[in-house]
Design a protein around this ligand. Structure first.
Ligand code: ADP
Length: 651
């Protein structure tokens, strides 16, 4: 047998594919969202760093420019002045013949000049480099021929450089001018400018800074430990340079260590960003911010190095601005950008979800509307159908009522038929008497006995009234009518029924025990109550036809309470009673045990219908003393509302 194709496989994989695809979409969406957030953070960080660095650079540059001008002003302000020293007569005289008096005069002049200009010292050297006269007396006689400023001036140029004073150990800027005697350089005038004001001004920069001379040696710095270090690379100064420095003793035999930070700012560069380990306490305190995390000690910090060359000198001014704050701010901005992007993504997600839910709701609403319309249509159709059925039922009920009325009438006619014999007999007697009386009256008239004839006629009239009284109930009973309930006195209806059976009851010697109280009323149609009673009395008489004792007991009374009270009428006989099989079928139409067409079998069926139509019931059982007992129950008439006029006093 060929194997069945595995048709289950695609369905199963299809079922699995849906959640898998959904999960894959979810994860990929999440990853894309995270990537976007990270991208936003990265872009925010970079833009902020760039912008922060730019603004830091602009601010620091401005400060550095100002500072450079201050430095330049301080240092170069007095630069041309040593050139004027040669003009002084005291100096000229000293160089021509340096005796004690001339030295004293020249020294006094130099002291005055020094005090006037505010320089550190001014002195004059002879062509061998010996101090001839000086504002500072301690310098007299010193040999300074090894100093570069002397050598420069001796060769006819202006010499200027940084150096530490050999006697006082104070750093200063030395400017030298040759003193000419004709074309020959006869001596050298030197001025030392103190650099203390620069040292005092570092604080204004608000960041670590240094000033390096033409040898790339840091001569001044806001950081004392940076002083007398060489910027020229990790190895520090070359051996030749060291030897030269030792010769010129520019730094007064101090050891020149390499500069601790890796700065490689070219002369044509304004700024440079470096990552460097700062000595403890160098970085300014963080101003605080969203992410003002202090850098761990020992971690390299980003620094912006700005450099300026002092105009006309080879000196470099360097400033080290801390980028930590910029980076901390950039971190805050990155976080903000990430948050903003995440929020925007969440918002977009929410809006999208809301739109989806709205769409779903809308379609559910439409479906609901369609359902409601369908239901409404079905309901109105059902309603129409119901209305039709109600109309049909009403028509059927009317037909039924008509048929019932016909039936009741037929029953009535049947009862009348049964009564006909008795009634005929009742009428026969007065009729015969009238016939005899009228024949006699004619004879009495003929004989002229008019009074006797008048007596006969009066008797005839009484008999005619008697006959009328017999016929009168029949007329009312035989009338065809629909049921019209009214307050019906039970004793009157019973009397009429007995009257119609009177002849028969008397003939058959039936004793009537009438226990119907006068004044008892029921709520029913009087004519139909009579019909039922005629039927019951007639049946009782039939049942007792062959009975040795013939007693018809009639009883009526009110039973039950105020609310469910009923009028009960009992018709009991001493007849054959009701065997069970008969009792079961008593009220079936056309059920009759009367032989030879004695009964139609409709009487009890119609009587029960009449009782039920009036809101009552007809039941049958066997009487305790033998015979049958029929119990007719009818509603009690509602009490009529009290008449307000009845109790009001008469006017
Ligand atoms: P019909 O009198 O034409 O037979 P009814 O419907 O009046 O029709 O009565 C049905 C049957 O009920 C009677 O044939 C009779 O067998 C039984 N029946 C009615 N009344 C009595 C009664 N009082 N005693 C015994 N049987 C009765």
């Amino acid at each position: 047998m060929a194997p069945e194709p595995l048709s289950v496989m695609p369905a199963t994989s299809g079922r699995l594919a849906v959640p898998l695809r959904r999960r894959w979409t979810l994860w990929s969406g999440l990853l894309v969202g995270l990537a976007l957030v990270a991208l936003a953070a990265w872009a925010g960080f970079n833009a902020s760093v760039r912008q922060g660095t730019d603004s830091l650079r602009a601010e620091a540059s401005h400060q550095l420019d100002l500072f450079a001008q201050v430095v330049q002003g301080l240092v170069r302000r007095l630069e041309p002045l040593p050139g004027t020293v040669q003009l002084a007569a005291e100096v000229q005289a000293l160089l021509q013949r340096p005796d004690a008096a001339r030295v004293a005069t020249a020294a006094a002049y130099l002291r005055r000049l020094n005090a006037h200009l505010g320089s550190a010292s001014i002195f004059v050297l002879d062509e061998r480099g010996q101090v001839l006269a000086a504002s500072d007396a301690a310098l007299h006689g010193q040999d300074l021929s090894f100093r570069p400023y002397f050598l420069e001036a001796l060769s006819g140029r202006v010499g200027r450089h940084f150096a530490i004073g050999l006697l006082d150990g104070q750093p200063g800027y030395y400017v030298s001018h040759p003193i000419h005697d004709g074309a020959r350089v006869a001596g050298v005038a030197v001025m030392k400018v103190a650099l203390d004001p620069i040292d005092r001004a570092w604080d204004k920069l608000g960041a670590p800074a240094l000033l390096a001379d033409s040898n790339q040696v840091v001569i001044l710095s806001s950081r004392p430990e940076w002083r007398y270090t060489a910027l020229s690379g990790a190895g520090g100064l070359s051996v030749e340079r060291r030897v030269a420095l030792q010769t010129t003793r520019l730094y007064a035999d101090r050891h020149i260590a390499p500069f601790p930070l890796q700065v490689d700012l070219r002369i044509d560069e304004d700024s440079q960003v470096i990552e460097a380990l700062l000595p403890a306490g160098l970085a300014p305190p963080s101003p605080g911010g969203l992410l003002a995390l202090p850098s761990p000690p020992g971690a390299p910090r980003g620094m912006l190095v700005l450099g300026r060359t002092i105009d006309g000198m080879d000196w470099r001014l360097l400033m080290f601005a801390d980028l930590g704050v910029v980076r901390e701010q950039a971190l805050s901005h990155a976080l903000l950008a990430a948050l903003a992007t995440a929020s925007a993504l969440m918002l977009a997600l929410l809006v999208n979800q809301r739109r989806r839910i709205l769409r779903q709701k809308l379609s559910a609403h439409r479906e609901l509307e369609a359902q409601v319309a369908r239901r409404t249509q079905a309901l109105s159709e059902a309603n129409e159908q119901l209305r039709k059925e109600v109309a049909e039922r009403e028509a059927a009920e009317a037909t039924l009522r008509g048929a019932q009325d016909e039936l009741v009438h037929a029953g009535k006619m049947a009862a009348l038929g049964q009564l006909a014999t008795g009634i005929t007999h009742e009428l026969t007697q007065p009729l015969g008497a009238i016939r005899t009386l009228s024949a006699n009256a004619v004879q009495f008239m003929d004989r002229g006995q008019h009074e006797v004839a008048a007596g006969n006629l009066a008797m005839m009239a009484r008999l005619a009234d008697q006959m009328g009284a017999i016929i009168e109930p029949l007329k009312g009973f035989a009338r065809k009518s629909s049921a019209r309930p009214a307050v019906t006195p039970v004793d009157r209806a019973m009397r009429n029924a007995l009257f119609l059976h009177d002849h028969r009851l008397r003939r058959e010697g039936v004793a009537v025990i009438d226990e119907v109280p006068p004044g008892l009323c029921a709520w029913c149609d009087p004519n139909r109550l009579e019909q039922v009673l005629i039927n019951l009395v007639g049946n009782a008489a039939d049942a007792m036809h062959d009975a040795p004792r013939r007693e018809l007991r009639l009883w009526a009374g009110e039973v039950g309470g105020m609310v469910d009270g009923m009028v009960e009428i009992h018709v009991s006989d001493c007849g054959s009673g009701l065997p069970e099989d008969v009792r079961q079928r008593l009220f079936e139409p056309f059920f009759s045990t009367k032989a030879d067409g004695g009964g139609l079998g409709l009487g009890l069926a119609i009587s029960r219908d009449i009782a039920r139509e009036a809101g009552g019931e007809l039941e049958a059982d066997n009487a305790p003393g033998g015979g049958a007992r029929f119990i007719l129950r009818l509603p009690v008439p509602l009490p009529s509302p009290p008449n307000p006029l009845a109790s009001s006093p008469s006017p």
